[in-house]
Write a protein that binds this ligand. Structure first.
Ligand code: ATP
Ligand code: MG
Length: 584
């Protein structure tokens, strides 16, 4: 197996994490919490104070906190002082509207500064903030606004007219809709800017219990109906710690997180972590466009780039030559999350950027990165890496009596579990206490993902419990098969499922998206099958491979294997509210 040796750091900026083992031994969450400022006068812990106000009161006040690249090519900078004042105004605005502690403030916005102002102002006011995908259709929006009992919604005039206005009478809790743009606010809404300007610029955050709920994040909906996970202000301790360790994020860094705010990554690592560290957040309003992305990395001298496997694969589709036209020497670390990162993608990044892509694993429920590849550690492409200092992970089996058995044999696949108690652990699923309770047993949080842990303590993703394929007594993870297909020079993307078989349980079927300009024919089909059989053996290799124009994905870019399977078998497709390209 290929290992990418950790870099030598002579002369370069040393990483935050130098000695992984030592950090694991010495780290405590208590110390990490104490390293944050806390509200003055023993007033507890509030995300907005840690992320912005304490910087605005200190040396960073005039430093750029947020650089917004709008769709028209314009650039607007927001200093920490400006963000602090604007979010003070938003908190005052909420008070004027009579919105109080615990009430839901939702945004349905793209990547715009108003997202930051709304989130930060909500936390200052003790309200719960939730960002939803702007591209959701009316029904997914209605369902989430209703479950979260949204009291305030911040959105655009266009989204309101097309998707929300028709829902108002079905959302009795929704009292205020604030519109950020347009000349004329639609009936039944208020103008965000006018109210913001009228609101006072000073605001004192009152005492905040670290356990107070600050955030609602809906899961991606990959395996079923999305769940609303609740997170407390305490989560900021895990955000800053994990961003320092796993993303090597440092004060003053130019930092680009490509995640949409509707996905937990877009808030945890698009807003909270980088501001808390004192970095410069690059917020790009536009959608993916390969040349523009390279240009952005160059022009914004991006140091740390946090993206997703689907984005890396999109760039890979265009080959490796494009990158030569750009100076990408500012990059210090590339990381990705959300799906398994194929070894091909790790190696491609090293070839093109001179840096491997650092895979890391976490979930909406864990609130922050839990397992990662660090700058200070050798990378084994295809592995998610090792647990964050402060996190105890294990491969386990649930016993019938509710006890947990730890599986220490490195060959054994089991459920990935985390010892409960880290600060960004979710505090509940909205309206579903029973489901929340089921996630825990014997002091462990059970992730629902299957994985293996090798002798050196590296974790290897096998598949979601729902997606693994059982064939002739073997447990086959779709990721393994997809990664092998991705090695083939014609394949841009792959999704693998199990189909019922009366003799061997399930057979493996693969769907591939070919690189631009290519078509599936008999020769290629045979070549792909042979390649898979050679690399995986006949038991694991797919029996069938079919080419598709695209694969069904969630809005956060995850392949929805359950949808591939339902379509193949003519079964109900289940909850499709998170499906990309769906307007339902
Ligand atoms: P739902 O829970 O609604 O089905 P989801 O699990 O996709 O959706 P998220 O919380 O956004 O919602 O995603 C977490 C999941 O994404 C993990 O449980 C895992 O299956 C997958 N994942 C995240 N990062 C990685 C990674 N680095 N490698 C493999 N899988 C990953
Ligand atoms: Mg999940």
């Amino acid at each position: 197996m290929q290992v990418i040796r950790k870099p030598h750091h002579d002369g370069a900026i040393p990483p935050n994490l130098i000695d992984y083992e030592a950090a694991c031994r010495s780290f405590t969450w208590q110390q990490a919490r104490e390293a944050l400022a806390g509200l003055p006068d023993h007033g507890g812990l509030n995300i907005a104070h840690e992320a912005v106000d304490r910087h605005a009161l200190g040396e960073k006040r005039d430093q750029v906190a947020l650089r917004w690249l709008d769709k028209a090519g314009g650039v607007e900078d927001y200093t920490y002082a400006r963000l602090s004042t604007l979010s003070n105004r938003f908190a005052n605005l909420l008070q004027t509207l009579g919105v109080g502690a615990g009430q839901g403030v939702f945004s349905v916005l793209g990547r715009v500064p108003e997202l930051f102002i709304t989130a930060l102002g909500s936390w200052k006011n003790h309200s719960r903030f939730c960002a939803l995908f702007a591209a959701f259709g009316p029904e997914p929006l209605r369902a989430r606004l209703a479950i979260g009992r949204a009291c305030v919604l911040v959105t655009t005039a266009d989204i309101y007219r097309r998707k929300i206005a028709q829902l108002r009478d079905q959302l009795p809790d929704l009292q205020w809709v604030l519109i950020i743009d347009g000349d004329e606010t639609p009936a039944g809404t208020l103008d965000f800017k006018t109210l913001l300007e009228a609101a006072g610029p000073e605001f004192r955050i009152t005492s905040t219990d670290a356990e107070e709920i600050a955030l609602i994040h809906f899961t991606s909906g990959t395996t079923g109906k999305p769940k609303g996970a609740l997170h407390a202000h305490a989560a900021v301790v895990a955000h800053i710690h994990s961003a320092r360790m796993a993303l090597d994020l440092q004060p003053g860094d130019s930092y680009w997180c490509t995640a949409d705010p509707g996905w937990v990554t877009g808030i945890s690592y698009g807003v909270i972590a980088p501001l808390t560290i004192g970095a410069r957040v690059i917020l790009d309003a536009s959608e993916f466009e390969v040349d523009r992305w390279y240009r952005l990395l160059q022009e914004q001298a991006v140091n740390i780039w946090y993206t997703a496997p689907t984005a890396v694969r999109m760039m890979m589709k265009f080959g490796s030559d494009l990158a030569r036209n750009y100076d990408l020497s500012s990059l210090r670390l590339i990381a990705s999350v959300g799906e398994p990162l194929n070894p091909e993608a790790v190696l491609w990044c090293r070839k093109v950027f001179g840096l491997p892509c650092h895979d890391n694993w976490w979930q909406t429920e864990t609130g922050a990165i839990m397992i990662a590849n660090y700058r200070a550690m050798d990378i084994k492409p295809g592995s998610m890496g090792r647990p964050l200092p402060g996190i105890e992970a294990a491969i386990v089996e649930r016993g019938e009596t509710g006890r947990i058995r730890i599986l220490s044999d490195p060959r054994t696949t089991g459920e990935l579990a985390l010892r409960r108690g880290w600060p960004s652990m979710f505090r509940g699923y909205l309206g579903d206490e029973a489901r929340y309770a089921k996630c825990f047993a014997d002091g462990w949080y059970l992730s629902g993902d299957l994985a293996r842990r090798d002798e050196a303590g590296y974790y290897w993703f096998v598949g979601r419990a729902d997606d693994v394929i059982k064939s002739a007594g073997h447990l086959i993870g779709p990721f393994e098969v997809e990664s092998v297909l991705m090695e083939h020079p014609t394949v841009a993307e792959a999704g693998v499922i199990g189909l019922p078989d009366s003799i061997i349980g399930e057979t493996v079927k693969a769907y591939v998206v070919l690189k631009p300009g290519l078509c599936m024919d008999d020769v290629l089909h045979r070549d792909l099958l042979a390649h898979a059989r050679r690399r995986l053996g006949p038991t694991v290799a797919p029996r069938e491979i079919e080419a598709r124009e695209e694969l069904p994905k969630t809005r956060s870019g995850k392949i929805m294997r359950r949808v591939l399977k339902a379509r193949e078998l003519g079964l109900p497709e289940g909850d499709l509210s998170a499906l990309l390209n769906s307007q339902s």
